[in-house]
Design a protein around this ligand. Structure first.
Ligand code: COA
Length: 159
């Protein structure tokens, strides 16, 4: 798991983070039919999330234009903490396997397995400092651009 996390961190451009507290994290791996790791999700317990503030979109004609705009702009979030349970510290899918709902399936699996006997709602999940891809994915998965984020400043607000 550590080796995969290192590879994912390199791909995400993260500095190598110190070892995480394993008892507080859950790692899900998505294994392809040919037995390769093509997806990885690392989740941790959190207490608070902060809602992304949606910027007003300029008049956008096509889906392509919307994606281009989303990729370029920075994101801002509220300073008001909202209770949350599960933080997605990292979510990654092998580049050749993207847009096949692998990330969506990993989150579904996370929601039913993060806490024994309970199925987390989308409102109880927050994303750590989302990348442009992560933001586009989270907006689609959560059904809103105002999803929860955490850890947006290195080390701050983490649990
Ligand atoms: N651009 C636009 N929409 C996107 C998108 C992208 N790059 N990635 C996901 N979506 C939206 C789409 O609406 C998609 O449904 P569709 O393909 O039917 O249109 C929906 O989210 C579900 O996407 P899914 O197939 O489940 O996501 P994925 O398996 O491709 O994984 C990431 C998404 C973000 C994990 C993947 O792009 C990735 O690993 N990126 C590099 C690492 C990274 O940035 N991780 C995010 C950290 S916060």
């Amino acid at each position: 798991v550590d080796e995969i996390r290192e590879m994912v961190d390199n791909d995400l451009g993260f500095q190598q983070a110190p070892l995480m507290c394993y008892s507080r994290t859950k790692t899900l791996l998505f294994i392809s039919n040919d037995k390769k790791v093509v997806g990885c999700l690392i989740a941790e317990h959190i207490q608070w999330g902060y809602r992304v503030i949606e910027e007003k979109l300029p008049v956008i004609r096509s889906e392509e234009e919307k994606v281009r705009f989303e990729r370029q702009k920075a994101w801002c979030c509220s300073t008001l903490p909202e209770p949350a349970i599960c933080g997605i510290s990292r979510i990654w899918v092998f580049s050749m396997m993207r847009r096949k709902k692998i990330a969506s399936r990993m989150i579904e699996c996370l929601r039913s397995n993060f806490i024994y006997g309970s199925y987390l709602s989308k409102e109880e999940i927050a994303f750590s400092d989302p990348t442009p891809d992560g933001k586009l994915f989270a907006t689609q998965y959560c059904g809103t651009g105002q999803f929860l984020v955490y850890n947006f400043i290195n080390g701050q607000n983490s649990t």
